[in-house]
Design a protein around this ligand. Structure first.
Ligand code: SF4
Length: 355
């Protein structure tokens, strides 16, 4: 198995991931053909509205969708995960990949002390003796910035503040030194100051441990702070993927532009109305033949009839637009990269001579 600590090694590789659920209303295609990569030591921000498929994607990576139909490919450090049994997945969870949830209170067991819960994860994966696991739990609580960690390890989750609980969750997630951390809206329930502290904590441990981080959020401010690359999801599909600066400076997908334009600006007058993308996300219970954003897309609305027909009738496939950027749109706001046509030999030779 390749090392997961080398820079640039694709730690997590997801290809053409599809996740569907059978419901009384029919089959819901929650994720439909999503591909991305997370490298060791880098953060991919997975962005989208509720129902865009971002959390379902992360749960599929963690093997937590036993009742769903999952297809495609998910590799972690070169190991294909989808054929694994529940038991095999459970050996990887915590040890190779760990998850931090939005609400630590529901993720932590109320009847056990925080220290016991962190120690238990270590005992489960490494068979560590009780006393050593307890020491390790105290060390982890100290590492994530919990004051008096030896004392706090003996307290119960309800005795921790929201920010401290999230730190404890991060300590638990990191206690078995995973390669991949999935953080699902880890700061949504926290006030702004604590949010900044938690994001700084994640960034620090990521650098120290060369963790790959998949940061799931609806908050573009969080993405701007922590992500190296961003994948914008809409209607269960990838709309746009790009390095974070490129995406913020020059969004190429109309949905990405709509999201960025919805952000409040410092120079907005106090009484400025909130900017929103009109309309609602698509229902995933019915098949979508064209682009899922078509009913809300201003770009399609302004387009000629032929293009509009493509938008509603033909699924846009991801196209490369520049280094590291791909966009699924028939009428993107930036031109796609066209491969440079090969010059005839004589012209190539001439170019070589004039260098
Ligand atoms: Fe808009 Fe058409 Fe592009 Fe979809 S494919 S985002 S509807 S222009």
């Amino acid at each position: 198995m390749p090392s997961t600590t080398e820079p640039g090694v694709p730690l997590l590789r997801v290809r053409d991931l599809k996740v569907a659920f059978d419901t009384p209303a029919g089959t819901v295609q929650a994720v439909d053909g999503v591909s991305f990569t997370v490298e060791a030591g880098s953060t991919l921000g997975l962005v989208g509205e509720s129902g865009s498929g971002k959390s379902v994607t992360s749960l599929a990576v963690m093997g937590l969708h036993q009742r769903a139909q999952v297809s495609g490919s998910i590799t972690l450090a070169g190991q294909e995960l989808l054929p694994l049994t529940d038991h095999q997945f459970s050996r990887l969870r915590g040890r190779k990949m760990a998850m931090v949830f939005q609400d630590p209170l529901s993720a932590l067991h109320p009847a056990y002390t925080v220290g016991e819960q962190i120690a238990e994860a270590h005992r489960h994966h490494f068979g560590t003796r009780r006393r050593a696991a307890r020491r390790q739990a105290v060390d982890m609580l100290g590492e994530v910035g919990i004051p008096e960690p030896a004392r706090r390890a003996g307290e119960y989750p309800h005795q921790f503040s929201g920010g401290m609980r999230q730190r404890a969750m991060i300590a638990m997630a990191l206690s078995c030194e995973p390669d991949l951390l999935i953080a699902d809206e880890p700061t949504t329930a926290l006030d702004v100051t604590v949010q900044a502290q938690i994001l700084e904590l994640i960034a620090r441990v990521q650098q120290e441990r060369r963790l790959g981080v998949l940061m799931i959020t609806h908050d573009l401010g969080v993405v701007a702070r922590v992500a190296n690359d961003v994948l914008v999801m809409y209607g269960g599909r990838a709309a746009e993927q790009a390095p974070v600066d490129d995406l913020f400076l020059r969004p190429a997908h109309p949905y990405t532009r709509g999201l960025l334009e919805s952000l409040p600006r410092l120079d907005d007058p106090d009484d400025a109305p909130l900017r929103v993308i009109p309309g609602s996300p698509p229902s995933l219970a019915a098949p979508i033949s064209g682009c899922p954003f078509a009913p809300r897309c201003p770009q399609a609305e302004r387009a000629e009839e032929l293009v509009r027909a493509r938008c509603t009738g033909e699924r846009p496939r991801p196209q490369e637009h520049s280094s590291g950027r791909s966009v699924s749109c028939h009428l993107p706001l930036l031109p796609a990269v066209r491969p440079r046509p090969a010059l005839p030999h004589s012209e190539d030779d001439q170019e070589e001579k004039t260098r």
